[in-house]
Design a protein around this ligand. Structure first.
Ligand SMILES: Nc1ncnc2c1ncn2[C@@H]1O[C@H](COP(=O)(O)OP(=O)(O)OP(=O)(O)O)[C@@H](O)[C@H]1O
Length: 708
């Protein structure tokens, strides 16, 4: 899901399809003749004079000529950065296009106020409460949260067998590509969409409705043909890792709380885990010498066969906390060496909400299983279905999948579920909210999958809202253990957080100012909508800041390219929607900028957690717009003070003067944190630091049934 609701435009009478300018010759007569005329008309609205398209052409951006930059009067490293990355390719947008036409940020009808007519999301989201609150007014926002989504979200895991963004004319999204020319054409198109003046629609376009279900399209749905390049096979690449930071040892001082019955003692060293030699070798080659707190507590719990809900701060090693003990189990119990079979029956299924994240988890699984007979496979949407099947049939012990592709492949009877012993939901709160919850429920209801009593279920995240914890009971044995490292849902303390009061129309200028000061350090800029991601990326390229973007309307190939360009430093700025908020572990991300704050505080915590990972330090700067972000003031104050950050007086003032309706919170978590484990009726629980050994008392499991 997560696709924009193009239906609104398609169904509107007399609205013709948009034909990009480069297709003009092909479609300027015949059936589509009107279409083009319509397009021209739309484009003409984009300029000051009567021949808008000509204006753009004369401005030279389709041919990539630089019409001269606005002289900002500032100089910095960024200014001289060649724009060779995902956007721009050394070309500069005709600045007049930005400054003198209706892209001007003060234009109330233009992009900056966002269209209400292209809601991409789900029924829950289109109910229309506050602009970026839990309910919202229908733009193309990608932010997530329990109240934001319903149905499958293609932004996170769009599927299947369909080239969602492909049409006769290329992407459904504007013609954004790494080539500057296409990008600029795309920009025209974005603008037209935001003005709602033309109904863009590729002839073979898949239409995804608000419920996320593919419902309406012309002709045969195009197949997704993308086959991701295989990851490097050499040992050095497999074990490539970045260094832990100066604050890694401080992890030991974080308080850990474990609740539930018969908690296995924590381990303090890898040796205590008693892993087999191959696993130990792989751990050493990965550069792990010391356990992180979540690993100290989770590894023995998983080794003991217990179900687990684990909440630990971003970047603190949750992936290894589930992978290592699962692999240890597999090695100990002995698994059937993977071999070619039409029907594969994996012992472990790991599910995560985004394609990039599941790929990352797969690479970790491949790393830790190196030299063993355990074979990990990854499958995700946006790639050729046949490719997923070809990967699978070669053998699969650990299946890493996004939910949509997983359900599809199970439906096609390409995998059997009888052997599943371990089910892991990474970013579990996201996996169980309204967006993915139905698919996960479907997964655990497939015939043959062992019931929760007969499998081990592990849920991991940095955030666990109370309502999600309650839902999770359905997936876990009632005797599950809950590990909370630090404050549940708290931000990583290694991230220095700054909140700036910036109005919507000053954001661009402020962003450029900050980026110029930052220089070439790797920075993620989060925005709320896909369109805005494109637009800001273009804008930054215009400002000669080498930028790329990632969001759900980009084709998978482009998403991976963008991430690759960002990872290797070719494009030090990545403009992203919430699709990149969770889990991504990218070396050396020193800054996160929330150009738009997300709708929920949990999403904020995940976003800023892209920096300050594994003991390294990072900085997060967020633009707080008092027109739209006041509902976040209270939870922000809490997150800031819990992380021992300065809280601006103005923010406190807003927080104290903002009334949050009891029982309903726009933030998705509101002002109240899940204190820890929501099984509140414990007899007692122990709080220990991570150097200690845990023990905890909890009510008899039978008591838990009351809320289970
Ligand atoms: N014990 C360890 N020693 C050294 N490095 C580690 C250790 N555990 C994990 N790491 C590294 O720390 C980084 C962050 O780990 P990981 O991605 O698992 O964090 P996470 O807790 O899942 O974060 P998020 O909440 O953002 O998903 C990774 O690069 C990982 O390889």
């Amino acid at each position: 899901m997560g696709d924009e609701d193009w239906e609104a435009e398609i169904l509107r009478p007399h609205v013709s399809s948009y034909v990009p300018a480069f297709e003009k010759d092909k479609y300027s007569s015949g059936a589509n003749g009107d279409t083009f005329n319509r397009t021209s008309a739309s484009l003409s609205e984009m300029k000051d004079g009567p021949s808008g398209r000509d204006h753009f052409m004369r401005s030279g951006f389709p041919s990539g000529r630089n019409l001269g930059n606005r002289d900002t009067g500032k100089s910095s490293k960024r200014e001289n950065t060649p724009t060779t990355g995902g956007f721009g390719r050394g070309k500069s947008f005709g600045n007049r296009g930005f400054l003198n036409n209706k892209f001007e940020e003060g234009d109330s009808s233009g992009f900056w106020k966002e269209s209400n007519n292209d809601c991409e999301d789900n029924p829950t989201r289109s109910r229309g409460f506050s602009k970026r609150g839990g309910y919202q007014d229908g733009n193309d926002s990608e932010a997530s949260g329990p109240f934001r989504r319903g149905g499958r979200d293609s932004e996170y895991d769009q599927d299947e067998e369909t080239q969602r963004s492909s049409s006769l004319f290329g992407s459904r999204r504007p013609a954004v590509s790494t080539a500057g020319e296409n990008y600029y054409l795309g920009l025209i198109f974005i603008y037209a969409l935001s003005r709602n003046t033309c109904g863009y629609k590729g002839l073979n376009e898949e239409i995804v409705t608000g419920s996320g279900k593919s419902k309406y399209y012309f002709g045969k749905r195009p197949k997704v043909m993308y086959i991701p390049p295989p990851p490097p096979e050499d040992e050095d690449s497999i074990f490539a890792h970045y260094q832990t930071g100066i604050n890694f040892d401080k992890y030991d001082t974080i308080l850990v709380e474990v609740s539930g019955h018969d908690v296995p003692p924590a381990i303090l060293t890898f040796e205590e885990a008693n892993f087999c030699q191959t696993l130990n070798n792989n751990i050493a080659k990965a550069g792990y010498t010391k356990l992180t707190p979540v690993q100290k507590y989770s590894i023995p719990i998983v080794l003991a066969g217990r179900d687990l809900m684990a909440c630990a701060q971003t970047g603190s090693g949750k992936t290894a906390a589930f992978l290592l003990p699962i692999l240890a189990h597999m090695m100990r119990d002995g698994i059937t060496a993977s071999r070619f079979k039409e029907l594969q029956e994996p012992e472990c299924i790991i599910v995560a909400p985004t394609r990039e994240l599941i790929n990352q988890i797969y690479l970790e699984a491949r790393k830790f299983s190196f030299g063993t007979c355990v074979r990990a496979v990854v499958i995700y949407g946006g790639t050729q279905f046949g490719h997923s099947i070809r990967q699978l049939v070669q053998g699969c012990n650990i299946l890493c999948a996004t939910p949509g592709r997983l359900i599809d492949i199970i439906g096609k009877e390409k995998i059997g579920l009888k052997q599943v012993k371990y089910l892991v939901l990474d970013e579990a709160d996201r996996m169980l909210d309204m967006g993915f919850g139905p698919e996960i429920k479907k997964l655990i209801s497939f015939p043959g999958i062992p019931s929760k009593e007969h499998r081990q279920t592990l849920l991991f995240s940095a955030t666990f809202p109370e309502e999600i914890q309650r839902l999770a009971g359905e997936f876990l044995k009632s005797s599950y253990l809950f590990v909370a490292v630090g404050q549940v849902g708290g931000a990583c303390r290694d991230v220095q957080q700054t909140i700036l009061q910036v109005g919507q129309y000053s954001k661009r200028e402020k962003l450029v100012e900050i980026l110029r000061n930052i220089g070439d350090e790797r920075t993620m800029v989060f925005v709320e909508t896909k369109k805005k991601a494109d637009f800001i990326a273009t804008f930054l390229c215009q400002e000669k800041i080498s930028t790329t973007s990632i969001h759900g309307d980009r084709e998978q190939r482009e998403r991976e390219q963008a991430l690759g360009d960002f990872r290797c430093g070719k494009c030090p700025v990545l403009v992203a929607t919430s699709v990149a908020a969770r889990g991504l572990d990218i070396e050396n991300v020193q800054h996160v900028i929330n150009f738009d704050l997300p709708s929920t505080i949990d999403e904020y915590v995940h976003r800023i957690g892209r920096t300050g990972r594994c003991g390294n330090t990072g900085r997060a700067i967020s633009f707080f717009d008092t027109e739209s972000d006041n509902h976040l003031a209270q939870p922000l104050v809490k997150v800031l003070s819990d992380a021992q950050q300065d809280v601006p007086a103005w923010l406190e003032e807003i927080a104290f003067s903002t009334y949050v309706t009891p029982g309903f919170n726009n933030s998705g978590r509101g002002t109240v944190f899940a204190s820890v484990d929501t099984r509140k009726n414990y007899q007692g629980k122990n709080t220990l630091n991570t150097a200690g050994i845990s023990s905890s008392q909890a009510p008899d499991p039978v008591d838990d049934e009351s809320w289970d």
